[in-house]
Design a protein around this ligand. Structure first.
Ligand SMILES: *Cc1c(COP(=O)(O)O)cnc(C)c1O
Length: 339
């Protein structure tokens, strides 16, 4: 293994030594298999390739000052994967299988868990796919749950950097009665066009509005949206939003801080009234937003006038990171040690 410069790690794929796999065949999950190959061999008629039977998760293992490695709310990720499986008719991995597999994947690659103090962590990517062959549109009879890990640096190299995002206006991410509320790859395929266009136009991501009326804020690409005003944390409620575990945790921390938390419809015009806004998810935890531009009308909403993240976003970000790295008491029982 080459010497890794932990503080310079990108947020991207970095090869580790092993991944773990488990196959569902004949109505049951088999033994956990360890592989050192980055390649998977699947049937050309596998349903994941043709009919999008694919769901994934994203979580991290953190090494604390005490050297111990921690999972953050792993059971929430396991349950969400079960919801995703159910949503597109795949076999549901049991919670204890999920826990055994993430534990094995982390322990086998322990030397890749970044040491404390660089803002780096080990990203864990569980992947569930239909591997059974079907030519007509039917759910597969066979599935694979694969878990690989990759060390990742802090999402923002220069620290906590406010970004600009764009309201596309001519694309929807997910339909109100569709699959937006589960973590399936299909939702992402449809978001590539507006996202790549937004990047080419100088924005970090797309802010999607509700697909039915195009009036309410839904999600910011692969992250939930929040706004802060009058000591209140406000985050959109919608049937097409992916329930972010980071967002759920921040809502709790905001309550702990004595803030009011509202989960409700957020009309686009309300952007005018927020003191701070941001996006949240496992990758970056919190991404402060400094500007939103509506591509259709050219209207812009600006925040962080001094170029820095707002005080409330910063405080919530720090609180959550401190729990994840074991610097703050885990009073909500979110941490599980890897052992
Ligand atoms: C994964 C994901 C998020 C963030 O969820 P976390 O559990 O906080 O990582 C938000 N939106 C979408 C669409 C996602 O896929």
């Amino acid at each position: 293994m080459q010497n890794i410069e932990w503080s310079k790690l990108p947020f991207g794929y970095f090869k580790t030594d092993y991944n773990v796999r488990c196959f569902y065949r004949n109505g049951q999950w088999g033994e956990i298999e360890v592989s050192s190959s980055e390649i998977i061999n699947i049937h050309m008629a596998a349903t994941c390739l043709h009919y999008g039977q694919e769901a994934f998760e994203g979580m991290k293992a953190y090494r604390g000052k005490d050297e111990r490695i921690r999972f953050f709310r792993w059971e929430d990720n396991a349950k969400r994967l079960q919801d995703s499986a159910e949503g597109i008719m795949m076999a549901k991995p049991p919670l204890d299988l999920f826990h055994k597999m993430i534990t094995k994947a982390v322990r086998l690659n322990e030397k890749y868990v970044p040491p404390y103090g660089h803002g780096a962590s080990l990203y864990i990517r569980p992947l569930l796919v239909g591997t059974g062959a079907q030519v007509g549109v039917n759910p597969a009879k066979e599935y694979m749950l694969l878990i690989f890990v990759t060390p990742v640096g802090p999402y923002f190299k220069e620290g906590f950097n406010p970004v600009s995002i764009q309201i596309a206006g001519d694309y929807d991410r997910a339909a109100p009665q569709g699959t937006g509320n589960i973590k399936v790859g299909g939702n992402y395929a449809g978001s590539l066009q507006p996202t790549e266009r937004a990047k080419a136009e100088g924005y970090a991501a797309v802010l999607f509005l509700d697909a039915k009326e195009n009036k309410y804020i839904d999600e910011a690409g692969p992250a939930n949206f929040f706004g802060i005003k009058n000591n209140t944390y406000i985050t959109p409620e919608s049937t097409s939003i992916l329930p972010s575990i980071t967002n759920k945790s921040i809502m709790q921390l905001a309550k702990d801080e004595g803030m009011t938390v509202e989960q409700r419809k957020v009309p686009v015009e309300e952007l005018e009234t927020f003191e701070e806004i941001g996006a949240c998810g496992t990758a970056a935890i919190i991404t402060p937003i400094r500007k939103i531009t509506d591509r259709k009308t050219g209207k812009t909403y600006e925040f962080c006038k001094d170029g820095k993240a707002g005080p409330v976003s910063t405080k919530l970000y720090k609180k959550l990171q401190d729990i994840q790295y074991g610097e703050e008491t885990d009073k909500h029982g979110w941490i599980t040690f890897v052992e």
